[in-house]
Design a protein around this ligand. Sequence first.
Ligand SMILES: O=C(O)C(=O)C[C@H](O)[C@H](O)CO
Length: 300
Amino acid sequence: MRFLSVGECMLELSEADGDLWHMGIAGDTLNTAWYARAQLPAQWQVEYGTVIGRDRFSARIPVFLEDNGIGTGALRFHETRTIGLYAITLAAGERSFTYWRENSAARTLADDPQALAATMAGAAVIHISGITLAILSPSGREALIGALAQARAEGVMTVLDPNIRPKLWESPHSARDWLTRAAGAASVILPSFDDEAACFGDRTPEETCARYAASGARTVIVKNGGAGIMAHHAGEDHRFDALEQVEPVDTTGAGDSFNGACLAELATGRPLARAIAAGHDMARRVVRHRGALIPMADLV
Ligand SMILES: O=C(O)C(=O)C[C@H](O)[C@H](O)CO
């Protein structure tokens, strides 16, 4: 069984001490693959699909993936571009990002629809995010949504986390339009309420859940920063209580880690409540750690 996550991973700078910064590798879809790897049984293959360059910084990516049990069969190469970079700044544990990624190799990941389809062939789960869409050209977005819709029609679990980053979209209108189209190709949608409220004007998690359920997804789980979760699954609505809150050190990757653990449980046929509990447990660990990724050795 193959779990494939497609998007952009970057060099990640997180503050260490004054002018010293720690360099890691992260990116929302990679983060989700990472936590899915930690949660899935060993017989599952987890792969990360992106485009990287031929330079030394890009060369770190396949080594990093392989060292951590993530397959590189879906990696492709751009001859002249390189990978992007982002830095995390923190205010009372809440993160914000600065990006240097305008011309990254990953922006070309859907330029060749045949190569994209070959990457996706044979996967049981395909995960993308709103960031994957936001970085693409309009024709790349069309190609990616088309490939996802095709996979869904063939019975693949197709997953969208809208993960809305206003800085990456041309306009709020464009974000709403493309995300609504992508939602129509997803069987599982994992939005975060605060992002959706800001972009779509949803007043409650119930509204977010109903809007995405109307696009035809089998499963919608509305993350809410550890507060109560609203979900829709197999035609029914469900509410899950808030869990005990933890004091965050850095919230980077919280939603992605929730996705990874939760999807691992759903993909292996576990009940919704167990999948949500696994997602929460993972996210509570991640917010107590600096940067998006807890070392794999500490997870498995
Ligand atoms: O913002 C992005 O594009 C990133 O992928 C950086 C972070 O790792 C991600 O946003 C966390 O969800």
